[in-house]
Structure formats: C-alpha cells, structure tokens
Design a protein around this ligand. Structure first.
Ligand code: CA
Length: 220
C-alpha cells in the first residue's frame, strides 16, 4: 500500500515516513502545500496523510483542489489540539478522518488501514485466498494455519494481490505500489518476489498472464 504524506514539520514527517515504512507501507513525503497539490498525481496512492498548516498552500486548500480535480484518495488530516474548526472544515471539505497532534504511530497506521479497507469496499481485516491468510495489522501470513516467514516486500506483494483478487496486475503496477521514491527498484525485483512467494505459498498460488502480469491462482 502506498501512502502520500504532506507535512512540513521535519520530526513529524520523518517519524511518519520511517515508522509507516516499517509497518509495511511505501511512503512518499512532501513538505509543502504546492508540492502536495501536484504530488498526488505522481503515483497510485492508497491514502494520504495531510497536515493542515503547510507553507506554500494551506492544507484545506490543497484538499479542496484535490477533490475538485476528482481525486478520491482517502485523506487523513493531522490537526492541532485546538483545531476543532479546522477539523469540521476539513471533514466537510472531503477529508475522511483526522488525528490530533501529538498522535501515536500505531493509531495512524490503523486509521490508514481502515480508510483503505473502506475505500476498497472491504470490511475484513484478514485477507484470505485458498489456504493462505494474511493479517494486515500484524503483518503475518499463514498457510493452512501454519505461520509462513515472509519478508516485508513479500508481505506487501501478498497484500496487494489479495486486495486485487480477480484482477491482473502488471509489473509496473506492482512496482508503483511496493516502492516509494526513496527506494530504487531493481529490474527483476518483482519477478524475484513472485518466485519467493510461489516457493513459500505454493507454485499455483500466483498465475502469470503472459504479457499482462500476475494474478492469484484458482482457489483450491
Ligand atoms: Ca504544519
């Protein structure tokens, strides 16, 4: 899952980027309202964390411009403790949720997961396909009830495939969801992750559609 963070406070932005990355999100961080305005179109973001007090352009104005332009990405606002009027204007202006500073990283992650679930029409916190089950909050996977050791990227790829059941994802689409700007993608990285997932979860778990990409195999 890929997240855009728009926050000018260095400590908060750095903490969010580092912390959310460790929790399995690919995160891009912009520090200015105008950059944020344009940046939302730079990658297929699953959700956005938006600070309200931003240099260049106010967060509420950025949000209004995104919504006017048809961007429907779920937006989590970061607001000051005394910012009740901002929160009301933000929610009425198209934000999906808010957190008051200071906040706990775990709560940001949980709210983002909830927003992403809601926007994709899911309610289950565990994703399942055949014998494989993935717990998005705990970042764990099981095969026939037994834990499977997966790397952070393998978990992210598994999550992406499970969230897109029935769809074929191209290598480029997978790269855009798994890697942020800070991490360069090696040319065969996705093939390698696919190979490892098949080794660990069964060779039929992921199907290759030649020339198109990858999709989950038939549910046994
Ligand atoms: Ca700020």
């Amino acid at each position: 899952m890929r997240i855009l963070i728009v926050e000018d406070d260095y400590l908060i932005g750095d903490g969010l980027q580092t912390g959310l990355s460790a929790l399995g999100f690919a995160c891009d961080w912009l520090r200015d309202g105008k950059q944020g305005l344009a940046g939302i179109g730079a990658a297929p973001y699953d959700a956005v964390v938006l600070d309200l007090g931003l240099p260049g352009m106010d967060g509420l104005a950025v949000l209004a411009a995104w919504r006017r332009a048809g961007h429907q990405e779920p937006v989590l606002l970061l607001t000051a403790r005394d910012g009740v009027h901002d929160r009301i204007r933000g929610l009425d202006g198209g934000a999906d949720d808010y957190l008051v500073k200071p906040f706990a990283l775990g709560e940001v992650a949980a709210r983002l997961r909830a927003l992403i679930r809601r926007s994709s029409g899911q309610s289950a916190t565990r994703l399942r396909h055949g014998q494989v089950e993935f717990d998005a909050a705990a970042r764990t996977a099981t095969l026939a009830g037994e834990p499977v050791a997966l790397s952070a990227r393998e978990l992210a790829l598994l999550e992406l495939l499970l969230a897109n059941k029935g769809r074929v994802l191209s290598r480029e689409q997978i790269e855009e969801k798994l890697y942020d700007w800070a991490h360069e993608v090696e040319s065969n990285a996705i093939e390698v992750h696919i190979h490892h997932l098949r080794k660990k979860l069964g060779s039929d778990f992921i199907k290759t559609r030649r020339g198109l990409g990858y999709t989950l195999g038939d549910e046994a």
